[in-house]
Design a protein around this ligand. Structure first.
Ligand code: SF4
Ligand code: SF4
Length: 362
């Protein structure tokens, strides 16, 4: 009977997901939803949409630091109230966009944004704001602060955000561990652990669910063990690929290390289907020091790749298209990056994996 009552009662939606966006749209965007005639870009950082009915909307895009304090958010909201009738939205790469119904407000808005330290750009063939993961602010497993790397790198690439001078758009990303958020990007900076985890045996029995940790390891390198008479774990270091997957469910398996947690740079990832299929990134530099607060070694390599691509790629080639055309040996020759044994996927399961390393080209 209880079962019948459950079935009679319609299941109610849990209202904790993304809200309906229509209620927040700029009135002109709502009115002309799906009814646009064309759009163009009068200058970097500004989009201009024209509807079939003749309505026009200007969108001004500015870069933000993504993780913002309340004072910065208030500054942006004040600018929105003053110039854009309070209408803003954020892009997936943490840019803020202001929608305007009057062209004469565009220039004063740009002046106000730049005056407050927010660069206007990121449209068309520019280097967009770097997508980054949560870092120390929100996550419990980072090996570095992703937002710190972003800040250091965007300071160096500031002008490339404000101009549209790349062959195609360039998406950059950073990840503060090897296994989670990240995602595909034209150039990605990813933490790279180089030593197996160190186990604090005194804590394992209190903190970790041992079967869950054993199951988590992708190469079956973890076994339950008795250490000093207490239940703990042990790692077969010959098998361990230093991925860090055991650390989130079992923090006593400490893998973050100031010296041995390093950075790797990957290139050629793409999510979109435009012009060519989506592609996976491939590692092109490894073992770079995790060197806050400016990470100069990482910036040098990213700039080397970026400016070689800018110089050498044909119009509209994404970074992956460019490498596909010239081939991986020429990529290493042109960028001057050394091809080392660390870039070869020599894991014994590699034959069955995604063939994501560069070695299949050699
Ligand atoms: S990339 Fe890893 S460490 Fe960084 S926020 Fe995501 S899950 Fe946390
Ligand atoms: S770091 Fe990865 S491979 Fe090594 S023991 Fe932990 S889960 Fe297994």
């Amino acid at each position: 009977m209880a079962q019948a009552q459950v079935q009679d009662k319609p299941r109610r939606a849990v209202e904790s997901g993304v809200p309906d966006n229509q209620q927040y749209l700029h009135p002109l965007l709502k009115k002309n939803y799906g009814n646009w005639k064309y759009h163009d870009r009068p200058r970097p950082g500004v989009l201009h949409h024209v509807a079939h009915g003749g309505d026009e909307v200007w969108t001004v895009r500015a870069g933000t630091q993504r993780q913002m304090d309340i004072h910065t958010v208030r500054t942006l909201c004040d600018i929105a109230d003053q110039y854009a009738d309070g209408h803003v939205r954020f892009t997936i790469r943490s840019n803020i966009e202001f929608m305007l119904s009057k062209q004469q407000r565009v220039a004063p808005l740009i002046e106000a944004l730049e005056g407050a330290g927010f660069p206007v750009g990121g449209t068309g063939n520019s280097v967009t704001m770097i997508a980054h993961t949560q870092g120390w602010l929100h996550c419990d497993i980072p090996g570095t602060d992703a937002s710190g790397v972003v800040k250091a790198l965007m300071d160096e690439l500031y002008e490339e955000f404000k101009r549209e001078e790349m062959p195609n758009r360039v998406h950059l990303s950073t990840s503060c561990c090897e296994i989670n958020c990240g995602g595909q990007a034209d150039i990605a900076i990813i933490v790279q652990h180089t030593k197996p985890p160190k186990i604090n045996h005194d804590l394992v029995a209190n903190v970790c669910e041992r079967p869950a940790v054993v199951a988590r390891c992708p190469v079956a390198a973890i076994r339950p063990a008795l250490v000093n008479g207490r239940p703990s774990l042990e790692v077969d270091e010959k098998k361990c690929i230093c991925c860090g997957a055991c650390y989130p469910p079992c923090p006593p398996m400490q893998i973050n290390d100031p010296v041995h947690s390093k950075f790797a740079v990957w290139v050629g990832g793409k999510n979109s289907n435009a012009r060519a299929k989506p592609t996976f990134m491939k590692m092109v530099a490894s073992g770079l020091p995790n060197n806050p607060p400016r990470w100069p070694e990482v910036s040098d390599i990213v700039k080397k790749i970026l400016y070689t691509y800018k110089e050498d790629a044909r119009a509209w080639e994404r970074l992956s298209d460019w490498v596909e055309r010239i081939g991986w040996p020429r990529f290493f020759e042109k960028t001057g990056l050394p091809f080392t044994k660390y870039l070869i996927d020599d894991w014994r399961g590699a034959r069955a994996n995604l063939n994501a390393s560069t070695h299949i080209r050699f």
